[in-house]
Structures are given as structure tokens and as C-alpha cells.
Design a binder for this molecule. Structure first.
Ligand code: ATP
Ligand code: MG
Length: 449
């Protein structure tokens, strides 16, 4: 009989890492006062060690494992890296109600193969109601409300599905451990066992995970290391579109995004997201510009809006939606020091329209020029896109994949592009868009204002 023992460990609520010793400051993420105590069971699982065989690469390549299965949703296939890879372990996170279960259920239906949906969070009837609303094909889909890990593995062995959805990992438990479902030791153990099952039985497993208030998947960071693919579903109550983003992908490009709209019938793919994001574009107003962003391998045109007004209180406000606030501060400093626009007594608000979040430095020029445009109350003209990373010396630095971005802009009817001089090459010159190569921000200003 295995002995049950527990020891104490400390979990950081900010980054999810755990430590053997308590510290005032988290050694990983350097946040203060975030470590709290939790019990770790050291009980031996009693499982027997089974050595695995070795295989030659030729055998592996000729076997039928590692095939890509289409999910029936092109946008989801793109994020997976060209379809769901058999035998892969995927973690899907997202805020409450964003549509994680909806997406998982639609994928189960779309693959047209045997799928098992384990919903420890909702009853089979509740899942069935959703399935009915989403018009899910019922033939190949099996439902279970099981929340005990051994029971789930037994179902997988019996039904032999090609895809298993665990909704959610926080509600699944190994009753051999002393801790509660959702605790770090439970999540770690269940994640590890599911990883073994997916690799040994060559079944894809999609694990749904809750997120903390900071937006990270709740539980130990180790879970994200363990899985092949980490996906986040993002969305805003104010918009009906949802963005599926790959934060990690062992079998495809990271930061790839899939864009959907969501309604009562579920998620629908958006074939041309740039058109959707530019639908309500305000061309005649100072402070707006268009930036061809690159999300994974796909360019998406985004409208940047800036509003600059006189600050009524002591410290001027710097507010931004969809961009790094510290980088915004840097751009304002460049504007003040290199261009000579006084920003010290101005409130600055920047918004990337449509709820898109961009960490691409190529957005710098567009954001900076939008702020300047609003400050000076001068428009920048229609049909122009702006691209370039801005350096502290006020220089416009080169960016990646300029060609792809400009092709998208040209396709949507844009006629002019302000681009970094260092990124211009022969291929770029052949695109049907008039180029304004610039070396410094002040050169861009000569073109625009
Ligand atoms: N009848 C309906 N008509 C339109 N939209 C609906 C309907 N029912 C649910 N929805 C939408 O679906 C969303 C819930 O989707 P879903 O249950 O897939 O989210 P979830 O991310 O799994 O949530 P949770 O974190 O609670 O599990 C709701 O927020 C709502 O926007
Ligand atoms: Mg759900």
C-alpha cells in the first residue's frame, strides 16, 4: 500500500511558479507578497514502470501518426499550424464566457472523427443543449461528465476517440492525491498523465484551462511547458469578434491568430479580418492612421486612433488600448525631444480599433504620427499606411516582412505607404503602392503634414 504524505510548497499567484521555500518576493517574476502556501502530496502513484521501445526514424515517418486533421474551421486550422496534429496536447485558455467550450465543441464536430467531450464543469444535458444550438453533428461525439482522471483514461481506452476535450483541467482530479481539484499538484499530475495518454495512444487532447485575473492560465506554469500548443481565446464583451492566438506551438508559427465572430449559432470564421477592422474607419479626422500589423504570418490592417487634449489635472494621463503603455511613453518622449512638440501638459489617449492587441514595434510610426496629428489637429490624408519602428534618436528603423504587409494594404486599396528606408528592396518596389521611404520621423512628418 502506498503511503500518503504531504509537504508544503509555495505558489506564486502572479506567475504560477511554485517554490519549496517562502519568500517575500517571487524569485521568478519578482512580484512581492504573491507566494501562498499549498499542500503537495508525495504519495506514490503505484504505477508500474513500462519501458518504451525505440523506433527508427523511417518507421516513424511511414506510420500514420502525425497526420493533420482539419477542424472544419479554417481559422482554427491556421492557428494549429495547418490542422490539428494527431497525438498532440493542446491547452486552450481564455476569460470566463469568451467561448472556449463553444470552440472545443465546434472542433469536435468539425473533425468528422470520433471525439470524446469530457465536461466536468457542466452536465451532459447542458453540453447537449449547447451542441444543439451550435448544430453539432451528433454521430461521432461522445459526452461524459466524468471528473476523475482514472475514469477519463478508462473512457479514452474504451471509446478510442481521435480527439478528447477536457473541459476544464481545473475540475479534473486524481483522487489518489490529497489536494482539491484545481490545486497546483492536481493540475500538474493530471496534465502529466494526459500527456502520457496522448503520446502513447496517439490521441489529440484539447485541455481547456481557466485564466487568472492577469490573463495567464491558472495553475503551475509547468502545464504550459508540458503541452505542445498553448492557445488563448480573446474577446471583448463590446465586440462580437473573438481572436484565437497561439502563444506557443511546437508544430506551427507562434503568434498566429484566427479571427471569428460569435453569435447564437457559435463561432464563424472571418475570411478578411482587415476589412472587418477597417469597417468604420474615420478618414477625415485628425489623429487616425492605418497600420498593417503582422499577426503570426498574416497581415491585418488596424486603425490607430489618438486623442490629445490639455491636461486638467497635475499629471497628464497616458492611456492606451491594445499597445504597451511604456512604449507609448517612449514615443511621446521622442515626439517631444526630436520633433519639438510640447507634450508635458497634454493627456494622450491611444486606441487600436476593434480590440486588437499589437506588440509589433512596426506600429511605432503609426502611433507616433497619430499622436502628432491629433496634437497639431492636421489629418494625414486618405489611403496611406504607416510602418516603422521608432528609435530613441528619432530614427525610423527597419521592420520584418514589409512586402507581405504592403501587399495586404495594396489589396485593400491603399495607395501610399510611409516605410523605413532600410527595409525597401526590389520586391517591395514592385508592389502597386507608392512608397515614401524615410530615415527619420521628421522625414515622415514632411510627407504627412
Ligand atoms: N443563446 C445564445 N445566443 C447567443 N450567444 C450565446 C448564447 N448562449 C451563449 N452565448 C454566448 O456564448 C458565451 C459562452 O460561451 P462558452 O460557454 O463557450 O464560454 P466559455 O469560455 O466556455 O465559458 P466558461 O469559462 O464559463 O466555461 C456567452 O458569453 C455568450 O456570449
Ligand atoms: Mg466553458
Amino acid at each position: 500500500m502506498a503511503k500518503s504524505k504531504t509537504k508544503i510548497a509555495y505558489l506564486c499567484s502572479a506567475c504560477g511558479d511554485d517554490f519549496a521555500k517562502w519568500n517575500g518576493q517571487c524569485p521568478s517574476c519578482k512580484e512581492w507578497g504573491t507566494l501562498s502556501e499549498f499542500k503537495v502530496s508525495t504519495k506514490k502513484s503505484g504505477r508500474r514502470y513500462e519501458p518504451r521501445e525505440t523506433k527508427s526514424l523511417t518507421d516513424v515517418l511511414t506510420s500514420d501518426s502525425g497526420i493533420r486533421i482539419s477542424t472544419g474551421l479554417k481559422e482554427a486550422d491556421r492557428v494549429f499550424g495547418g490542422g490539428l496534429l494527431s497525438g498532440s496536447l493542446i491547452l486552450l485558455g481564455g476569460s470566463p464566457g469568451v467561448g472556449k467550450s463553444t470552440l472545443a465543441l465546434q472542433i469536435c464536430s468539425g473533425i468528422n472523427r470520433k471525439a470524446l467531450y469530457i465536461s466536468a464543469e457542466e452536465s451532459e444535458e447542458q453540453v447537449a443543449l449547447r451542441a444543439q444550438r451550435l448544430k453539432v453533428k451528433p454521430e461521432n461525439l461522445f459526452l461524459s461528465g466524468e471528473n476523475e482522471l482514472d475514469g477519463i483514461i478508462a473512457h479514452i481506452e474504451r471509446i478510442k476517440p481521435e480527439l478528447v476535450v477536457i473541459d476544464s483541467i481545473q475540475t479534473v482530479m486524481n483522487s489518489g492525491l490529497d489536494s482539491l481539484p484545481g490545486s497546483p499538484s492536481q493540475i500538474r499530475d493530471c496534465g502529466q498523465r494526459l500527456l502520457e495518454v496522448s503520446k502513447q495512444k496517439n490521441v489529440s487532447i484539447l485541455i481547456v484551462g481557466h485564466v487568472t485575473k492577469d490573463g495567464a492560465i491558472a495553475g503551475p506554469k509547468m502545464l504550459e511547458h508540458m503541452v505542445d500548443t498553448v492557445l488563448y481565446m480573446e474577446g471583448d464583451d463590446r465586440y462580437d469578434h473573438r481572436i484565437l492566438r497561439a502563444a506557443k506551438n511546437r508544430f506551427g508559427a507562434t503568434h498566429e491568430v484566427g479571427i471569428f465572430t460569435m453569435d447564437g449559432n457559435g463561432l464563424h470564421e472571418v475570411a478578411n479580418p482587415s476589412e472587418m477592422f477597417l469597417a468604420e474607419r474615420s478618414v477625415e479626422i485628425a489623429g487616425t492612421s492605418i497600420f498593417p500589423s503582422l499577426e503570426g504570418t498574416r497581415p491585418i490592417l488596424v486603425e490607430v486612433q489618438a486623442l490629445v487634449s490639455n491636461a486638467n489635472y497635475g499629471t497628464p494621463q497616458r492611456n492606451v488600448n491594445g499597445f504597451d503603455v511604456k512604449r507609448l511613453g517612449m514615443l511621446i518622449a521622442v515626439l517631444e525631444k526630436r520633433i519639438g512638440l510640447a507634450m508635458g501638459t497634454k493627456d494622450v489617449f491611444v486606441n487600436l480599433v476593434g480590440g486588437l492587441r499589437v506588440d509589433d514595434p512596426a506600429a511605432d510610426l503609426s502611433i507616433l504620427c497619430s499622436i502628432a496629428s491629433s496634437t497639431m489637429d492636421k489629418t494625414m490624408g486618405e489611403n496611406i499606411v504607416l510602418l516603422g519602428e521608432v528609435g530613441l534618436a528619432g530614427e525610423v528603423r527597419s521592420i520584418n516582412r514589409l512586402e507581405q504587409r504592403l501587399v495586404e494594404a495594396a489589396t485593400l486599396g491603399f495607395k501610399k505607404a510611409v516605410v523605413p528606408i532600410a527595409s525597401v528592396n526590389e520586391k517591395v518596389k514592385n508592389i502597386n503602392i507608392e512608397l515614401y521611404p524615410v530615415k527619420f520621423v521628421k522625414d515622415a512628418f514632411k510627407v504627412l503634414f
